[in-house]
Ligand binder design. Structure first.
Ligand SMILES: Nc1ncnc2c1ncn2[C@@H]1O[C@H](COP(=O)(O)OP(=O)(O)OP(=O)(O)O)[C@@H](O)[C@H]1O
Ligand SMILES: [Mg+2]
Length: 273
């Protein structure tokens, strides 16, 4: 009895802190931003994504979790139209011509995703030039400020930055075109725990400030718990379960979700102790 009361108090507190988003407050309901219908990708006979239908709501942070090879990045790439689906479709609530601006991606390894031969200023200016959004000097300074980096980093090369700083540049580049949605593909997996916490805080602050929608791909459920509103679980290319963070962490139904969770049982223990 005691435990049930404590449990519901805890869930309600968390719920009110993360929800409703600004969008939901304004509209009183959830607006779908991206929707997939029976999305499938086959690579040389291997079904990487298998008949996935899901919705991403405006203003939420939805986590896509599952073991390595379960199809998370492939699904994300189809959302960004970086690869073509074998079957099914992706539907957007905005003009698909605006896709390159509206949805951006941040990759796991900023070491590889940032051109080592370009200075930080050039890296940040590049999307602005491609999309003809002015010369961008002022915007580059603003972007650096937004991600907590000094303005004089414009003249540095990626190898002159720490891993955390490089990921801040990756985030700044994703923000350059004022996107509505950012796909974060394992954005903190390559960083140590302290830096992970700083980057997660930055992502939370940016979301709050800019009203962003995040699709957050992650292995680490402790990280997912800190950042997300909703969780989608993938296994062998299929979505096996999805629901609110509270449901997925405290009352998962699918055996695969339960298995994923049991490996991070210590978080639950910490929450209940
Ligand atoms: N371009 C490609 N050509 C052939 N097979 C691919 C290609 N991209 C992905 N795959 C395969 O599709 C499956 C899903 O890969 P994907 O990268 O989407 O998994 P993931 O869930 O993102 O894994 P991880 O957590 O390790 O990043 C894997 O078996 C992978 O080998
Ligand atoms: Mg991946």
């Amino acid at each position: 009895m005691e435990l049930t009361r404590e449990l519901s108090l805890l869930e309600t507190a968390t719920f009110s802190r993360r929800f409703p988003t600004r969008e939901r407050e304004e509209q009183g309901n959830c607006k779908v931003m991206i929707k997939t219908k029976n999305l499938t990708k086959v690579f040389d006979g291997l079904v990487a994504v298998d008949n996935v239908s899901l919705e991403i709501f405006k203003g939420e942070t939805v986590a896509l979790v599952g073991e390595s090879g379960s199809g998370k990045s492939t699904l994300a790439r189809m959302l960004l139209n970086l690869i073509t689906p074998s079957a099914g479709e992706v539907i957007y609530d905005f003009d698909p011509k605006e896709l390159r601006r509206t949805i951006q991606i941040v990759f796991q390894d900023p070491q590889n995703s940032l051109n080592p031969k370009m200075r930080i200023g050039e890296i940040l200016r590049e999307p602005l030039l491609i999309h003809k959004m002015g010369k961008g000097k002022e915007r580059v300074r603003e972007l650096l400020l937004m991600v907590g980096l000094p303005a004089d980093y414009v003249s540095r090369y990626p190898h002159e930055l720490s891993g955390g700083e490089r990921q801040r540049v990756g985030i700044a580049r994703a923000l350059a075109l004022e996107p509505q949605c950012i796909v974060l593909d394992e954005p903190v997996s390559a960083l140590d725990v302290t830096v992970q916490a700083q980057i997660l805080k930055l992502l939370r602050d940016l979301k709050e400030k800019l009203g962003l929608t995040y699709l957050f791909i992650a292995h680490d459920l402790a990280v997912v718990y800190q950042l997300c509103d909703r969780v989608v679980v993938m296994h062998q290319g299929m979505v096996v379960e999805e629901g609110s963070k509270e449901k997925m962490f405290f009352a998962p139904v699918h055996p695969y979700t339960q298995k994923l969770l049991s490996s991070t049982l210590e978080i639950k223990n910490q929450l209940f102790s």
